[in-house]
Design a binder for this molecule. Structure first.
Ligand SMILES: [Fe+2]
Length: 185
Protein backbone atom coordinates (compact mmCIF):
# COMPACT_ATOMS: atom_id res chain seq x y z
CA UNK A 1 0.00 0.00 0.00
CA UNK A 2 1.35 3.41 -0.96
CA UNK A 3 -0.51 6.39 0.49
CA UNK A 4 -0.70 9.95 -0.76
CA UNK A 5 0.56 11.03 2.68
CA UNK A 6 3.73 8.96 2.13
CA UNK A 7 4.28 10.54 -1.29
CA UNK A 8 3.67 14.08 0.00
CA UNK A 9 6.13 13.50 2.87
CA UNK A 10 8.73 12.23 0.37
CA UNK A 11 8.00 14.91 -2.20
CA UNK A 12 6.89 18.18 -0.57
CA UNK A 13 7.67 19.76 -3.98
CA UNK A 14 4.34 18.37 -5.20
CA UNK A 15 2.75 21.33 -3.39
CA UNK A 16 4.38 23.59 -6.00
CA UNK A 17 1.65 22.32 -8.36
CA UNK A 18 -1.01 24.97 -7.82
CA UNK A 19 -4.03 23.14 -9.28
CA UNK A 20 -5.31 20.88 -6.52
CA UNK A 21 -7.13 18.48 -8.86
CA UNK A 22 -3.97 18.11 -10.96
CA UNK A 23 -1.93 17.48 -7.82
CA UNK A 24 -4.31 14.72 -6.72
CA UNK A 25 -4.13 13.02 -10.12
CA UNK A 26 -0.33 13.15 -9.95
CA UNK A 27 -0.30 11.49 -6.52
CA UNK A 28 -2.77 8.81 -7.68
CA UNK A 29 -0.65 8.07 -10.75
CA UNK A 30 2.62 7.82 -8.82
CA UNK A 31 1.05 5.54 -6.19
CA UNK A 32 -0.44 3.36 -8.95
CA UNK A 33 2.99 3.00 -10.61
CA UNK A 34 4.65 1.93 -7.37
CA UNK A 35 1.95 -0.59 -6.55
CA UNK A 36 1.73 -1.95 -10.11
CA UNK A 37 5.49 -2.55 -10.05
CA UNK A 38 5.27 -4.35 -6.70
CA UNK A 39 7.04 -1.63 -4.70
CA UNK A 40 5.82 -0.38 -1.34
CA UNK A 41 6.60 2.38 1.13
CA UNK A 42 9.40 0.34 2.68
CA UNK A 43 11.37 -0.54 -0.44
CA UNK A 44 10.48 2.26 -2.88
CA UNK A 45 13.58 4.29 -2.08
CA UNK A 46 15.75 1.34 -3.20
CA UNK A 47 14.66 1.78 -6.83
CA UNK A 48 17.72 2.94 -8.78
CA UNK A 49 17.89 5.79 -11.28
CA UNK A 50 19.10 3.33 -13.92
CA UNK A 51 19.90 -0.37 -13.83
CA UNK A 52 22.49 -0.62 -16.58
CA UNK A 53 23.65 2.93 -17.42
CA UNK A 54 24.81 3.79 -13.88
CA UNK A 55 27.03 1.61 -11.72
CA UNK A 56 25.63 -0.11 -8.61
CA UNK A 57 27.94 2.14 -6.54
CA UNK A 58 25.74 5.14 -7.29
CA UNK A 59 24.29 5.91 -3.85
CA UNK A 60 21.36 7.89 -5.19
CA UNK A 61 18.04 6.33 -6.09
CA UNK A 62 15.14 7.37 -8.24
CA UNK A 63 13.57 9.47 -5.47
CA UNK A 64 16.71 11.63 -5.44
CA UNK A 65 16.57 12.01 -9.23
CA UNK A 66 12.91 13.09 -9.11
CA UNK A 67 13.86 15.73 -6.51
CA UNK A 68 16.62 16.97 -8.85
CA UNK A 69 14.30 17.18 -11.83
CA UNK A 70 11.53 18.92 -9.90
CA UNK A 71 13.92 21.51 -8.47
CA UNK A 72 15.54 22.15 -11.85
CA UNK A 73 12.13 22.50 -13.49
CA UNK A 74 10.98 24.92 -10.76
CA UNK A 75 14.05 27.09 -11.25
CA UNK A 76 13.63 27.05 -15.04
CA UNK A 77 9.91 27.85 -14.78
CA UNK A 78 10.59 30.73 -12.38
CA UNK A 79 13.22 32.19 -14.71
CA UNK A 80 12.09 31.45 -18.26
CA UNK A 81 8.30 31.65 -18.11
CA UNK A 82 7.98 35.28 -16.94
CA UNK A 83 11.03 36.32 -18.96
CA UNK A 84 9.58 35.09 -22.26
CA UNK A 85 5.86 35.22 -21.44
CA UNK A 86 5.21 37.63 -24.31
CA UNK A 87 6.51 35.11 -26.83
CA UNK A 88 6.15 31.61 -25.37
CA UNK A 89 3.11 30.17 -23.62
CA UNK A 90 4.26 27.67 -20.99
CA UNK A 91 2.24 26.39 -18.04
CA UNK A 92 4.39 25.80 -14.92
CA UNK A 93 1.83 23.39 -13.44
CA UNK A 94 2.16 21.16 -16.51
CA UNK A 95 5.97 21.23 -16.24
CA UNK A 96 5.96 20.39 -12.53
CA UNK A 97 3.33 17.65 -12.87
CA UNK A 98 5.33 16.05 -15.67
CA UNK A 99 8.56 16.45 -13.68
CA UNK A 100 7.02 14.58 -10.76
CA UNK A 101 5.66 11.80 -12.98
CA UNK A 102 8.26 11.52 -15.74
CA UNK A 103 10.01 8.49 -14.21
CA UNK A 104 7.13 7.02 -12.17
CA UNK A 105 7.10 3.99 -14.42
CA UNK A 106 10.67 3.16 -13.56
CA UNK A 107 8.78 1.36 -10.81
CA UNK A 108 7.19 -0.86 -13.44
CA UNK A 109 10.34 -1.07 -15.59
CA UNK A 110 12.60 -2.08 -12.70
CA UNK A 111 12.15 -4.65 -9.98
CA UNK A 112 14.23 -6.41 -7.34
CA UNK A 113 15.55 -9.82 -8.40
CA UNK A 114 17.73 -11.89 -6.08
CA UNK A 115 18.10 -8.85 -3.84
CA UNK A 116 19.36 -6.56 -6.63
CA UNK A 117 17.61 -4.08 -8.90
CA UNK A 118 16.95 -5.54 -12.35
CA UNK A 119 14.75 -5.03 -15.36
CA UNK A 120 11.27 -6.38 -14.93
CA UNK A 121 10.07 -9.01 -17.36
CA UNK A 122 8.70 -7.33 -20.51
CA UNK A 123 10.47 -4.02 -19.66
CA UNK A 124 12.07 -3.96 -23.10
CA UNK A 125 8.66 -3.66 -24.73
CA UNK A 126 7.53 -0.66 -22.69
CA UNK A 127 10.14 1.69 -21.32
CA UNK A 128 9.10 4.09 -18.58
CA UNK A 129 8.37 7.12 -20.82
CA UNK A 130 5.67 5.24 -22.73
CA UNK A 131 4.40 3.28 -19.74
CA UNK A 132 4.29 6.53 -17.73
CA UNK A 133 2.37 8.33 -20.46
CA UNK A 134 -0.19 5.53 -20.64
CA UNK A 135 -0.59 5.47 -16.85
CA UNK A 136 -0.94 9.27 -16.75
CA UNK A 137 -3.65 9.08 -19.42
CA UNK A 138 -5.45 6.41 -17.38
CA UNK A 139 -5.56 8.84 -14.44
CA UNK A 140 -6.86 11.73 -16.55
CA UNK A 141 -3.71 13.87 -16.69
CA UNK A 142 -3.87 16.57 -19.40
CA UNK A 143 -2.30 16.02 -22.86
CA UNK A 144 0.59 18.42 -22.15
CA UNK A 145 1.66 16.31 -19.17
CA UNK A 146 1.22 13.01 -21.04
CA UNK A 147 3.24 14.36 -23.97
CA UNK A 148 6.07 15.61 -21.75
CA UNK A 149 6.33 12.23 -19.99
CA UNK A 150 6.30 10.35 -23.31
CA UNK A 151 9.02 12.51 -24.90
CA UNK A 152 11.38 13.21 -21.98
CA UNK A 153 14.00 10.64 -23.02
CA UNK A 154 15.35 9.45 -26.38
CA UNK A 155 11.84 8.43 -27.41
CA UNK A 156 11.22 12.16 -27.83
CA UNK A 157 14.40 13.06 -29.67
CA UNK A 158 12.69 13.34 -33.08
CA UNK A 159 9.34 14.40 -31.66
CA UNK A 160 7.63 17.76 -31.49
CA UNK A 161 8.57 19.38 -28.18
CA UNK A 162 6.17 21.70 -26.39
CA UNK A 163 7.72 24.39 -24.15
CA UNK A 164 6.74 22.22 -21.17
CA UNK A 165 8.33 19.04 -22.57
CA UNK A 166 11.46 20.95 -23.60
CA UNK A 167 12.08 22.18 -20.05
CA UNK A 168 11.49 18.70 -18.60
CA UNK A 169 13.79 17.01 -21.14
CA UNK A 170 16.61 19.45 -20.38
CA UNK A 171 16.19 19.11 -16.59
CA UNK A 172 16.17 15.32 -16.83
CA UNK A 173 19.26 15.30 -19.01
CA UNK A 174 21.09 17.70 -16.67
CA UNK A 175 20.31 15.61 -13.60
CA UNK A 176 21.14 12.25 -15.17
CA UNK A 177 24.19 13.58 -17.01
CA UNK A 178 25.70 15.09 -13.87
CA UNK A 179 25.59 11.72 -12.08
CA UNK A 180 26.74 9.91 -15.21
CA UNK A 181 30.02 11.85 -15.04
CA UNK A 182 30.91 10.01 -11.86
CA UNK A 183 28.86 6.80 -11.87
CA UNK A 184 28.57 5.65 -15.47
CA UNK A 185 28.63 1.89 -15.71
FE1 LIG B 1 14.45 11.03 -15.31
Amino acid sequence: MVTKRFLLDEFPEVMWIKDEALREKCLDTFADALQTGGWDEENASACPIAVTELSPECPLGNFSHVHDVMYLCKVMCDWYIPRYAEHIDCDPDMVLAAAFLHDCCKYTEYTIKDGRPAYAEDARYMRHPLAGAILAAKHGLPPKVIHAIATHSFEGSDSYQSPESHLLKQADSASFGYLYLRFHA
